[in-house]
Structures are given as C-alpha cells and as structure tokens.
Design a protein around this ligand. Sequence first.
Ligand SMILES: Cc1ncc(C[n+]2csc(CCOP(=O)(O)OP(=O)(O)O)c2C)c(N)n1
Ligand SMILES: [Mg+2]
Length: 219
Amino acid sequence: MKGTGRGIGDILLRRIDAIRILMEYISDELIVCNIGFPSKELYHIKDRPENFYMLGSMGLCSSIGLGLALSLDNKVIAIDGDGSILMNLGTLSTIGHTQPDNFILYIIDNSAYGSTGNQKTQTETTSLRDIARACGIDAIEVFQEEELRKVIKESLNRNRTKVIVVKVAPYNEKVENIPLHPMYIKFRFMESIKNCKNNIKNENKNNKDYYNKNNKIKK
Ligand SMILES: Cc1ncc(C[n+]2csc(CCOP(=O)(O)OP(=O)(O)O)c2C)c(N)n1
Ligand SMILES: [Mg+2]
C-alpha cells in the first residue's frame, strides 16, 4: 500500500471482524451503516435502535453521518465502504472542511464492491487515507486487530474528526437479510435521536455557529 510499506499480505481481517471489533466498544453512539452486506453483518452482530441501515443509494452513508454529527452532540460513526467513498469522494472534502469533533468515518476497505460480488475497486492503488489527509482530516490505515482496537478506543475517547480505514479481505458473511421494514428502521432511529441528551434542537445553533464562523451570516 502506498506510503505504509504494507500490502495485501498483511490483511487478515474480514469486514465482519472489523464490524464486530468496533461494536465491542460502542455504547450510545449513533451508527449509520453502508448499504448491503455491511448493514446485514451489523444487524447480525448487534441490532439496536441507534443503528441506521442504508437502503437504496450507495455513497451517501458518510454524508448522512456527517449531517447528523453537525446537528447533534452525540458521537456519530459512519461505517462505510471503499466503493461508496470512491463514488462520493467529495464527502472527504466536506468532512475536512467542517470537522465536527464528534464524527468517526470508519471505512471498511476490501478493495471491492463486496455486496455485489467482490468486483475490484481501485483502492489497491488509491489510498483513501492519503486523500482524507489531503482534506485535512486526521486519518489512519489499519491492518491488524490489535492496532484497530487501540485506534477505536482512542478515537471514541477523543473529540476529534477521525477517518479510520480498515483494510480487510473481500468476504461476505452468510447472514440473513434484515427483516425490518425500511420505515421501521427510519422511525426507530429517529426515536433514538429524540432520546439523545443534546437533541436536534441544537441543530440551529450548530448551523448558526458554523456559518457565523465562516462569515456566511453577518450580523
Ligand atoms: C448508486 C448505486 N449504485 C450501485 C448500487 C449497487 N450496490 C449496492 S452495494 C454495492 C457495493 C458497495 O461497495 P462498498 O461500498 O465498497 O461496500 P462493500 O459491499 O464492499 O462492503 C453496489 C455496487 C447502489 N445500491 N446504488
Ligand atoms: Mg468495498
């Protein structure tokens, strides 16, 4: 891999391992999860009202997560895929520009469009970590479980935008489809946001502060 001295041979984890390890450290954080197998694997590991499973479009998980992080004080984690990030690379620029201190983008990079049959993406040559860094984000690429656990713990304890790129082998766990109606997923998630300590009422304040900071609103 570019700049790391590490490569395909260092990859031992699978996407389901990366999700399982993350979930061991999760308490009340909000999670937005990429469409397809990532969501199915997350549902299989730990379903909870604070999980929002993407249905339909690829590419927007990180953007929805960012919007939530800008609107709420709770920690928000977007579990995304390399294919989806490549489809919406502008998301990294927007994250780098806005830098909400309560946002973690957890990119599970299997160098493949895993959910549709593991067709190859270009992340064996394109470093998502380096692109995130070029956007001003504190970003890291992780290959091994021990290092991943350390990075997750640090990122959850620190108030700083973080991009974690977990390099995994292309593999889809044999898990059932999510048996929840899309509207149920949506309303259950909305309900869990209502219960957040600092809820959506802060949205206007956060937006105003952000725009004021950037001289968009002059008073
Ligand atoms: C706009 C759009 N294009 C294509 C698809 C079909 N599709 C669903 S998941 C997926 C692969 C996603 O790849 P990645 O984000 O890397 O996640 P992975 O499945 O590898 O974990 C594709 C092509 C879609 N749902 N929406
Ligand atoms: Mg992928």
